[in-house]
Design a binder for this molecule. Sequence first.
Ligand code: HEM
Length: 142
Amino acid sequence: MSLTKTERAIITSIWDKMSVQADAIGTETLERLFSSYLQTKTYFPHFNLHPGSPQLHAHGSKVVAALGDAVKNIDNMQVALTKLSDLHAYVLHVDPVNFKFLSHCLLVTLATHFPADFTADVHAAWDKFMSIVSSILTKKYR
Ligand code: HEM
């Protein structure tokens, strides 16, 4: 699965908007993840997951920053995400299904922050981008 030129342009243009509110987007994505998909909380027993928790903010920012690395290396995401791929597979053992949940929560967050931009084409391009990122991060399982 690869992104078309148009999809790349869409990803980059939304990234430019979301990067200036990385903390808010990341935190809301995680709040939605932990509220809607309770089982995802089990990977974070060492975190305070209450809304507004500094750990939630810090982790949300890290997740969005990692997506930024992927956007900046959109032609070479595999290499850019290698370390994270090892971490999620070998150290954290995150069940791949959870990547679908996180991706969904990010899309809902983007839709609520940028309602005018979130057309069907933007939705589809970001869905594809998150599928590619997720498949790289879960590749080592197979
Ligand atoms: C850690 C990104 C999906 C659980 C991290 C870190 C990043 C990251 C950047 C910090 C790495 C570091 O500190 O060196 C991502 C991205 C994801 C994703 C981009 C999907 C697109 C998930 C999912 C789960 C998960 C679905 C489980 C529900 C964790 C845990 C940590 C972690 C438990 C360690 C937290 C800590 O102890 O600091 N992830 N992640 N991740 N991630 Fe993910």
